[in-house]
Design a protein around this ligand. Structure first.
Ligand code: HEM
Length: 186
């Protein structure tokens, strides 16, 4: 994955636990990189090892680290560096979710070697939809849960996310039921 992802993990850890914790996490992961370059590709294994080491160092389940990372990704990484892209993608949470299937094709203009996730929306009602998530990468469903919660916060829209089919339990792909209530600011 692009270095932007590892940099964001670093930023999240440093923000909440300090730089010394981040140095210990890198050492535990056996990653000898001083500075991650945002637009350079790194093996996926680097990211998985960092998340695994963060989980051990912070005594948190890996799923909890991934979920926190999803929210951090939306509320800090994406919002601070790519706010324009996010804003152009929707004025409300449901609008944003409905265009999610096309979102990474715009990201791909900035990161040409991106191997993006694929999303699909079905069962759309005025307060819910079913989000289908396809990827070749294992174990990232909790990251998607965190992304949804981060988007809910960004749009001041209370949101609930339920995993209704899981690839690690034999389903073809992960599916989430996303339910929202009217935006507090609406
Ligand atoms: C402007 C904002 C965003 C940018 C710049 C961005 C960029 C990226 C990048 C660089 C990766 C790593 C993949 C690679 O390097 O091959 C990635 C992965 C991913 N992104 Fe985004 N992204 C953004 C917003 C979002 C949002 C809003 C969602 C969902 C709500 C999302 C869902 C994901 C997921 C699930 C992955 C994991 C990769 C996988 O499933 O295989 N991203 N994105």
């Amino acid at each position: 994955m692009y270095g932007l992802v590892n940099k964001a993990v670093e930023e999240m850890v440093c923000m909440h636990h300090g730089e010394a914790a981040w140095e210990r996490i890198k050492e535990r992961a056996g990653i000898d990189v001083d500075v991650f370059i945002s637009n350079e590709s790194y093996p996926d294994d680097t990211t998985y090892r960092l998340v695994g080491a963060a989980s051990a160092e912070l005594a948190l389940p890996a799923d909890a680290v991934l979920e926190a990372f999803g929210a951090h990704w939306v509320l800090h990484t994406a919002r601070e560096a790519y706010g324009g892209l996010l804003q152009a993608a929707g004025r409300t949470l449901p609008e944003f979710l409905m265009q999610l299937p096309d979102f990474h094709s715009r990201v791909q203009m900035i990161f040409p070697k991106l191997q993006p996730p694929r999303f699909r929306c079905t069962d759309v009602t005025s307060s819910s939809l079913r989000l289908h998530y396809h990827t070749h990468r294992p174990g990232l469903a909790p990251f998607v849960v965190g992304l949804m919660k981060g988007l809910g916060t960004m749009y001041s829209t209370p949101v609930e996310v339920r995993i209704v089919a899981a690839r690690d339990q034999g389903a073809d792909h992960d599916e989430f039921e996303v339910t929202w209530s009217p935006a507090a600011s609406a």
